[in-house]
Write a protein that binds this ligand. Structure first.
Ligand code: C2E
Ligand code: CA
Ligand code: CA
Ligand code: CA
Length: 279
C-alpha cells in the first residue's frame, strides 16, 4: 500500500503541473482574445409580460476561442477577475454595448435599455465613473439607456468606493441594478441606502416555482420588498409558462429567460425583436 499511495501522490503532482500549464495557456489566450477580436456580446431579451413587448436586453459575454469554440463566461470571468484582465475586458463590454445602442438608434428602432454586468474589480479602480461617462459621451448614448448590474455579494465585498461610484453613475441617469438578488446577505436597512434602481431576482428562486401553490416564500418576499422600496424588478431564469404566470399574478412583469429566448447573436436578436418594429 506504500507503493500505491506513493505513486498516487506522484500522479497528483503531475496532474497539478498539467493543470497549471493549461491555466497559463488559457490565461495567455485570454490576454490575446481581446486584441484578436474573439470576444462577442450576445443579447437576451427582457420582456414586459403584461404587454408581451421587449423593454430591454442583457448583454452577455462570449469568447470565440480559436480551437475550443464558444466559451461561456462561467469558464473565464473568474480567471479574468483574478488576473485583473476583467478591467480591460469590462471596458470593452461597456463600449461594445454603447456602440450597439447607438447603432440601433441610428436604424430607428424603438429604444431599449441595455444591461451590462460589472465585476467588483472594476469598481476597485478609482476611475470607473470617468471611464463609463467618457464612453457614453464619446459614443453619444443617453445614460438612461444603460443599466449596470452588480451582484449583491460583490457590492457587500466592496466598500465605500463602490457605493460612492454607484452613486455617481446613478446621478447621471444610468440605471443601477442588483444582480442575483436573494443569494447574498444584505439587510433591508443596507438595501435602503444603496443607490439602486432595480433588483434582479436570482434564477434559483424562479426555478423553484413549479406552480402557483408551490413553496414560493422567497420570490414573494423579494417581490414585496421591491414594491416597498419602489424598485424595478426583473425576474431572470424564467423557463416555463407556469413561472411566468406565477410572477404576473404577483405583478412582477419584467422577465428574462429561456421561456422567451436564449441569449442571441446580435443579428438574430435584432431581426427577432427590433427590426419588425422599427418602421
Ligand atoms: P448572470 O449575470 O446572472 O446572467 C444570467 C445567466 O443566466 C446567463 O448565463 C444566461 O445565459 C443564463 N440564463 C438566462 N436565462 C436562463 C434560463 O431561463 N435558465 C437558465 N438556467 N439560465 C438562464 P451566461 O451568459 O452563461 O453568463 C453567466 C454569468 O457570467 C452571468 O450571470 C454573469 O455573472 C457573468 N457574465 C456574463 N457576461 C459578463 C460580462 O460581460 N462581465 C462580467 N463581469 N460578467 C459577465
Ligand atoms: Ca446579470
Ligand atoms: Ca443573475
Ligand atoms: Ca450569476
Amino acid at each position: 500500500s506504500k507503493t500505491v499511495s506513493g505513486s498516487s501522490y506522484q500522479f497528483y503532482h503531475l496532474a497539478m503541473d498539467i493543470r497549471t500549464f493549461e491555466n497559463v495557456k488559457f490565461e495567455n489566450a485570454l490576454y490575446k482574445a481581446l486584441d484578436h477580436g474573439e470576444l462577442e456580446l450576445y443579447f437576451q431579451p427582457q420582456i414586459d409580460y403584461s404587454t408581451r413587448s421587449i423593454i430591454g436586453t442583457e448583454a452577455l459575454l462570449r469568447w470565440n476561442h480559436s480551437t475550443e469554440g464558444l466559451i461561456s463566461p462561467d469558464r473565464f470571468i473568474a480567471l479574468a477577475e483574478e488576473t485583473g484582465l476583467i478591467v480591460p475586458i469590462g471596458e470593452w463590454v461597456i463600449r461594445s454595448a454603447c456602440n450597439q445602442i447607438k447603432k440601433w438608434q441610428e436604424k430607428g428602432y424603438p429604444p431599449i435599455v441595455v444591461s451590462v454586468n460589472l465585476s467588483a474589480r472594476q469598481f476597485e479602480q478609482n476611475n470607473l465613473f470617468q471611464t463609463v461617462k467618457g464612453i457614453l459621451d464619446e459614443v453619444g448614448v443617453s445614460p438612461e439607456l444603460l443599466c449596470l448590474e452588480i451582484t449583491e455579494n460583490q457590492i457587500i465585498k466592496n466598500t465605500e468606493l463602490t457605493i460612492q461610484t454607484m452613486k455617481e453613475l446613478q446621478a447621471i441617469g444610468i440605471n443601477m441594478s442588483i444582480d442575483d438578488f436573494g443569494t447574498g446577505y444584505s439587510s433591508l436597512g443596507y438595501l435602503k441606502n444603496l443607490p439602486i434602481n432595480a433588483l434582479k431576482i436570482d434564477k434559483s428562486f424562479i426555478q423553484e416555482l413549479k406552480s402557483n401553490d408551490d413553496n414560493s416564500a422567497i420570490a414573494n418576499t423579494i417581490i414585496t420588498l421591491a414594491k416597498n422600496l419602489d424598485l424595478d424588478l426583473v425576474a431572470e431564469g424564467v423557463e416555463t409558462l407556469e413561472q411566468a404566470e406565477f410572477l404576473a399574478s404577483r405583478e412582477c412583469y419584467i422577465m428574462q429567460g429561456y421561456y422567451f429566448n436564449v441569449p442571441l447573436k446580435v443579428n438574430e436578436f435584432e431581426s427577432t425583436y427590433l427590426a419588425t418594429k422599427g418602421e
